[in-house]
Design a protein around this ligand. Structure first.
Ligand SMILES: [Fe+2]
Length: 415
């Protein structure tokens, strides 16, 4: 934990104490002023290091200036604040004790208001107009890339937006793959940190899709006649060079798409995270394939093809040997090239139903692969890629997941 993170943790501790006191004691109790002063001191201290400190709460996650804070995970106020519409707090200008007082009063009122009760009084609403507390504190629900979630009935609240570039997550993913390529254990903590960060992006499906599915240098191709899509991005041969930047982008895109779909299917937050890890690591076994094999142009020989087709099993072994928490990710790595109808690879001696997350990740990996420029073909147009998934529902892809994925993308595009 660096100094900024330490001071952010101090502020959150002070805020937690203040919420406890303000929700327990009446307006005249001296303890209230005491905890407000403590929050103010912590905020001033933090502002010395960062001009725009930003706290984001998503379920049990705490994100400080775009970086998920593992040490602060489980901070008990995070899910409660998120639930009452305070998913993000920004401190844009010089701290002001009066602004802070009004903010804490509003937050504690929300935290103690029974579900379904009326919003704040008119007097409170007037006080909360931007310009009263808006000068030094902004808070509200999180939106992504200008796509704001609908605010609840508490109209005066200023809605914050996140500005994601995901460059740091991409760097971390590339580093993670390099570690594996060089024979070291998978750095699970880094993978989890990337997924926590991507989970924030997945919450705003539309912006996440627009951000991650970057158009490649060539024009979109007309569709199914332009390529022979496989079940994931790992197309062997055809001149892909190592290190392949596509691998990291594809891993992240697959993770975000899979988490977005998991949320669309109303999976709980823990399951969504598991799906994200599996998506991020599904092709990790490719790092163990000799780079010269993938860099060489032209089709592969049958022996070389066999070697590439070992990457699911290689990936599963690698993940199982890294951490027992990666059990689902290992299963998905092993199964992500097995189709819904059992074709594909590896061939299991005793056929078995695939893990549901394998179906989900396979679908998302295929979509991202089709939507990406590759050395042997240009990217597909989105309607063609969606039509391909639809046509493969029940044969190549899990029928329900395929239908829901297509529906999710079309809904997002229609917004
Ligand atoms: Fe693969």
């Amino acid at each position: 934990m660096n100094e900024f993170q330490r001071r952010a943790a101090d502020l959150l501790t002070a805020l937690g104490r203040a919420f406890s006191v303000l929700t327990l004691y009446g307006p005249e109790h001296p303890r209230r002023a005491e905890v407000e002063r403590e929050v103010f001191r912590s905020l001033v201290h933090l502002k010395e290091l960062e001009s725009l400190p930003t706290l984001t709460f998503l379920d049990d996650e705490v994100v400080v200036n775009r970086r998920p804070q593992r040490e602060l995970r489980g901070w008990r106020w995070a899910p409660r604040l998120s639930e009452v519409g305070i998913q993000r707090i920004e401190f844009p200008s010089t701290p002001n004790p009066e602004d802070l007082h009004l903010f804490l009063r509003e937050a504690s009122a929300r935290l103690t208001r029974p579900p379904g009760s009326p919003a704040e009084t008119e007097a409170q609403a007037r006080e909360l107009q931007p310009g009263v507390i808006g000068a030094s504190i902004r808070f509200g629900r999180v939106g992504l890339g200008g796509h704001r979630l609908q605010e609840n009935t508490m109209a005066p609240v200023v809605t914050a937006t996140l500005d994601f570039s995901l460059d740091e997550e991409l760097d971390a993913t590339e580093w993670l793959q390099t570690e594996v390529r060089q024979g070291r254990d998978l750095p699970l903590a880094e993978a989890e940190a990337v997924v926590r960060s991507l989970a924030v992006a997945a919450r705003g499906h539309q912006a996440a899709l627009a951000t991650l599915l970057r158009p490649g240098p060539s024009a979109a191709q007309p569709g199914p006649s332009a390529a022979q899509p496989g079940p994931s991005a790992a197309q062997p041969g055809a001149g892909a060079a190592r290190p392949d930047p596509f691998a990291s982008v594809h891993a992240m895109n697959t993770a975000v798409l899979a988490m977005a779909l998991a949320e669309f299917l109303e999976m709980d937050s823990r399951a969504v995270r598991t799906v994200g890890i599996a998506g991020l690591l599904h092709d990790v076994g490719m790092a163990r394939i000799p780079p010269e094999l993938l860099a060489r142009p032209g089709p592969l020989s049958p022996e070389e093809q066999c070697q590439v087709e070992r990457h699911p099993v290689e990936g599963a072994r690698l993940l199982l040997g890294s951490d027992e928490k990666l059990e689902v990710a290992a299963v998905v790595a092993c199964e992500h090239h097995v189709r819904y109808d059992g074709a594909g690879y590896p061939r299991f001696r005793i056929p078995r139903p695939l893990h549901p997350v394998s179906h989900l990740v396979q679908l998302c990996a295929t979509f991202d692969s089709l939507m990406s420029d590759r050395p042997w073909r240009g990217r597909w147009k989105e309607p063609d890629a969606l039509a391909y998934l639809e046509s493969g529902a029940g044969t190549e892809f899990h029928p329900e997941f395929a239908r829901e994925f297509v529906r999710m993308i079309r809904l997002e595009r229609a917004l």
